[in-house]
Design a protein around this ligand. Structure first.
Ligand code: GLV
Ligand code: MN
Ligand code: MN
Length: 412
């Protein structure tokens, strides 16, 4: 089998997909189910049609593009990732796994390989939490990790529900039907940029993921008392933003003092109301993200946030409410997929590093219902979720080649 990755086609498709964006280049912003995301989806469907794949959608817009195997009843070998992008993102997060997956399938077809198991590209809906507050919406529904009832309660910042938004995007059907039937997959493999500095620093071209860290996210609402920035004297204030500042530093301190560098905590959203320079903030909404590979370190940080909320609330006479959005367990990758990835690397004489994924991925949730693994390629300086995110053509091509080999091995 002689598998040739078409570098020019793959790179030009990554560029083309990046042009569907609501930010100025090189930044990419592509929030799920916006007109821009829907145009990108249509463009991608045309590429899948061109490749001779059969495309179907589920009720939440997860997209499946199938190359039928010689035994259509056999469980499927899946690959894929996401194309939604957070505000001010780069062009490689998720897209390398989607377009690399598509190119791997095309390259296998072209090589004359014929799979026994169908090989299917899966483009997950809303891996990023931007619109609905919770990440991996599509894979949570596919895996049954999030119930349809809980999904129906999610809204975007304008108060629109998932049912309203998906109907507008022309995705119909019952959310209940999104859950994959038992035994659907033989295996699932996701190609992704590392989003950290390890591979580049170690000069190792590929990472085979063994474990995915456990994410948790919360919303914190702080309500104090507003007023005139000139008129209200300092002793009389109940400034919600000052309370938020104390809370943010308490969270940072809890993560820093966990005893392990694997503990990370971020406040990435801070909405201040009313947001006028001469008005004391009366209300602040924080978006909090806490992660670790180990729950016995992550969960105490969540508890430290609760304790700090009580203390700051009492000290500053503000009310602080916390809403837990998700607190997921870490995931282990499957030895079968790890072996197939490792063998594929070896076949091509490529060094690889077994490693942990500190970012979360849809594979965390697909891994609950299928044998799942991930392949990482380096990204410059470990940068991700920023416009200067970059992966080299050589690394993208190598990752895609190893992915193709792995899919072939699993689908034979
Ligand atoms: C995924 O985008 C993550 O935040 O890990
Ligand atoms: Mn991301
Ligand atoms: Mn991603």
């Amino acid at each position: 089998m002689n598998v040739q990755i078409d570098q020019d086609r793959l790179l030009s498709e990554i560029e083309a997909l990046a042009s569907y964006s609501d930010a100025d280049p090189p930044a990419v912003t592509r929030i799920v189910f916006t007109p821009t995301d829907l145009k990108a989806r249509a463009w991608l469907k045309a590429r899948c049609d061109e490749a001779g794949l059969t495309v179907r959608y589920d009720a939440i817009g997860n997209t499946f593009a199938r190359w039928s195997g010689s035994d259509p009843a056999a469980p499927v070998v899946g690959t894929g990732s996401h194309i939604d992008a957070i505000p001010n993102a780069g062009k490689y997060d998720g897209t390398v796994g989607v377009l690399g997956g598509l190119e791997a399938i095309r390259a296998l077809k072209h090589s004359g390989f014929r799979p026994k198991h169908s090989i299917e590209l899966l483009v997950f809906t809303a891996e990023e939490p931007t619109r609905f507050g919770i990440g991996c919406l599509g894979s949570r529904l596919l895996s049954g990790t999030l119930s349809p009832d809980a999904a129906r309660k999610l809204t975007d910042k304008d108060g629109a529900t998932i049912d309203e938004i998906r109907a507008r995007a022309d995705f119909s059907g019952k959310l209940e039907e999104a859950k994959l039937p038992g035994g659907y997959y033989k295996a699932f493999v996701e190609l992704h940029i590392e989003q950290g500095p390890v591979l580049e620093r170690e000069r190792i071209p590929l990472g085979v993921v063994t474990k995915i860290a456990a994410p948790a996210s919360l919303r914190v609402l702080i309500e104090g008392s507003g007023g005139h920035a000139g008129g209200v004297l300092m002793p009389d204030r109940h400034d919600a933003l000052c309370a938020a500042a104390e809370l943010i530093l308490a969270l940072e301190n809890a993560a820093r003092s966990s005893g392990a560098i694997d503990t990370v905590a971020t406040v990435g959203i801070c909405d201040v109301f009313p947001g006028a320079v001469n008005s004391i903030p009366s209300r602040v909404r924080l978006g909090v993200d806490i992660r670790d590979t180990n729950l016995s370190r992550r969960d105490p940080v969540m508890q430290a946030l609760e304790a700090a909320s009580r203390a700051v609330s009492a000290k500053r006479q503000v009310s602080i409410g916390t809403e837990l959005l998700n607190a997921d367990a870490p995931g282990d990758c499957s030895p079968i997929v790890i072996d197939a990835l490792s063998q594929s690397c070896e076949r091509h004489g490529l060094n690889f590093l077994p490693m942990v994924s500190r970012a979360y991925h849809d594979s965390l949730f697909i891994g609950r219902v299928a044998r799942t693994g991930m392949l990482f390629i380096p990204c410059r300086n470990g940068y991700s979720h920023r416009p200067d995110e970059y992966a080299s053509p050589a690394d993208i091509v190598q990752g895609t080649l190893v992915l193709a080999e792995t899919l072939a091995m699993l689908a034979s």
